[in-house]
Design a protein around this ligand. Structure first.
Ligand code: DAH
Length: 348
């Protein structure tokens, strides 16, 4: 409750002649704090009742007016009225103020809270196979091999005959796979790019050709669509030592110096002699994983593209990218790569 001044008392004790302004100041000072500290509508209502209400401060002062000397009452009354108006307008302002604050508050509640830590955004990354492929390409580039490309839909001539694999050849059974029509198929290896390049350019040649190939295989170490990097070097003085040195260098740069590399005699119609290269499995698994086929380019293949085998020799290889990735990242099942499981891909 606001303390009520007894103006008669002030008047008597202090001998003050209460000018209208003085009365106003005294009254306003006593309630200004109260008005300024209003924080919500409830407080505003209570304050309004205690000042302007029937038993409020202003009414009380009017009652006491009688106690003043007659000649001062008019002036006091007028001052009191002015105070009343002033309070009323302060309260009206206050209502506006509170309403504004309320809408602001509501808007703020709805709006974004900038202090909450932001949602983490996960950045994409290249697929493991793309990464291993790029790494291989970089290594070969550093050794002077140029990247070239060939078509995925290939003629049977480039995929087989030019590579010394005629229709009756038993090696062709393994590769008789996805035919578009009688003379075209999804290439079963990247080796046809060798022929296309030897036809298109004059030796010496040093090329690699990364890309997709297709076969009708599907198990823990075979996919129906997978990636190979083909390699071909043609020059006047190339031996199997160059082949061995080049492949060993690439494999050890990619997989680490401690990897065991095994060259094993094999047969391919388009190389003579031919070798396959195996690498020892990483921790926990025993055995070898074949990663590439290679050899010295067969004289008949050179003749097929119009090169004289007595003048030119070369080595060639075709390596499986998924197999290299399996060894590099210790992946036990090749089918993980195209599964597109984020749980798997995020491991690397
Ligand atoms: N093209 C063979 C395959 O996919 C791999 C291969 C073997 C490629 C010997 C070559 C090579 O270039 O000389 O099984």
């Amino acid at each position: 409750m606001i303390e009520c001044y007894n103006f008669q008392q002030i008047h008597k004790n202090e001998g003050v002649f209460l000018m209208e302004k003085n009365i106003r100041d005294i009254l306003m000072n006593s309630i200004r704090d109260k008005l300024e500290n209003i924080k919500n509508f409830e407080e505003l209502n209570n304050t309004k009742i205690s000042i302007l209400g029937k038993k409020g401060f202003i009414k009380e002062q009017f009652k006491r007016m009688r106690e003043l000397p007659k000649e001062e009452r008019a002036e006091f009354g007028e001052a009191l009225n002015n105070v009343k108006h002033e309070i009323e307008s302060i309260l009206t302002e206050k209502i506006k103020d509170l309403r504004e604050k309320e809408t602001q508050h509501k808007a703020l509640e709805k709006s974004v809270d900038l202090s909450i830590p932001g949602a983490k955004r996960s950045f994409g990354r290249l697929h493991l196979i793309t990464r291993v492929m790029e790494e291989c390409v970089n290594i070969f580039n550093s050794m002077g091999f140029e990247v070239v490309e060939g078509p995925e839909i290939e003629n049977t001539y480039y995929n087989f005959e030019a590579l010394n694999t005629p229709e009756w050849h038993p090696a062709r059974d393994l590769h008789d796979t996805f035919y578009i029509d009688e003379n075209r198929l999804l290439r079963t290896h990247t080796s046809p790019v060798q022929i296309r390049m030897m036809e298109a350019r004059k030796p010496p040649l040093r090329i690699i050709s990364p890309g997709r190939v297709y076969r009708k295989d599907y198990d823990a170490s075979h996919l129906p669509a997978f990636f190979q990097i083909e390699g071909l070097a043609i020059d006047k003085d190339i031996s199997i030592a160059d082949l061995k040195g080049t492949l060993e260098k690439v494999i050890k740069t990619l997989l680490g110096k401690d990897k065991q590399v095994r060259f094993r005699p094999h047969y391919f119609p388009f190389t003579e002699p031919s070798v396959e290269v195996d690498i020892s499995f990483p921790q926990g698994k025993s055995g070898w994983l074949e990663i590439l086929g290679s050899g010295m380019v067969h004289p008949q293949v050179l003749r097929n593209v119009g090169l004289d085998p007595n003048k030119w020799q070369g080595f060639a290889f075709g390596m499986g990218i998924e197999r290299l990735a399996m060894l590099k990242y210790n992946v036990g099942d090749i089918r993980e790569f195209p599964r597109n499981s984020l749980n798997f891909l995020k491991l690397f």
